[in-house]
Design a protein around this ligand. Structure first.
Ligand SMILES: [Zn+2]
Length: 190
């Protein structure tokens, strides 16, 4: 069986075609081709209905591309979200896993109770110093400690809520981008 070299009229690939063949499918782009032979010249023609097929292939390629895009988004989110993790008990967790958890509420209550007890003790020391006529600047020390503890508690609460806000806006952005890609895939798929 003698083979003839021919070019796919769709993608330009060189195809080895048996001399008697009238129709074939391109190995490279899957186009259905009809073979024309006119004297010594021979060429292939993309069949009409194959145009749609090619379109379908393009669509499938687009879907694959979008799926890769989706995987990339998921991967980036999985590694990027670590920076928003907060320490909970022994391990790090995502902020939204912790919000509303009973032990988080308990730790907030514990913090408030600690602050109250600390204040009472410091104020008692302050009162004792006053009654012993301690120098005025020394009596300020327990008061300063109360202010210090309050600032520490507030700044820790602020940094947690700040981190939470950043996490939430990053999560929203990820969700929106993901939904956009999913919508494109659904449109192509239908
Ligand atoms: Zn081809």
């Amino acid at each position: 069986m003698k083979l003839q070299s021919m070019q796919c009229n769709n993608c330009g690939a060189t195809l080895e075609v048996p001399e008697s063949t009238r129709f074939l499918t391109c190995n490279y782009c899957n186009s259905k081709l009809s073979v024309h032979r006119e004297g010594s010249a021979s060429y292939t023609e993309v069949l009409e209905k194959i145009e749609q097929r090619t379109e379908k292939i393009d669509e499938n390629l687009e879907i694959i591309k979008l799926q890769h895009e989706l995987e990339r988004l998921d991967r980036e989110w999985e590694s990027g979200k670590r920076q928003y993790m907060v320490k909970d008990d022994k391990d790090y967790k995502m902020p939204d896993e912790i919000i509303g958890k009973p032990n988080k509420i308990v730790s907030v209550i514990a913090g408030v109770v600690f602050l109250a007890i600390f204040s009472i003790v410091a104020l008692t020391i302050f009162g004792g110093m006053r009654s012993m006529n301690a120098p005025f600047l020394v009596t300020l020390v327990p008061l300063g400690m109360i202010v210090f503890v309050i600032l520490a508690v507030v700044s820790s609460a602020f940094s947690t809520s700040n981190r939470l806000g950043k996490f939430q806006s990053a999560k929203t952005q990820y969700d929106v981008e993901r939904e956009q890609v999913l919508r494109k895939i659904r449109n192509l798929d239908s």
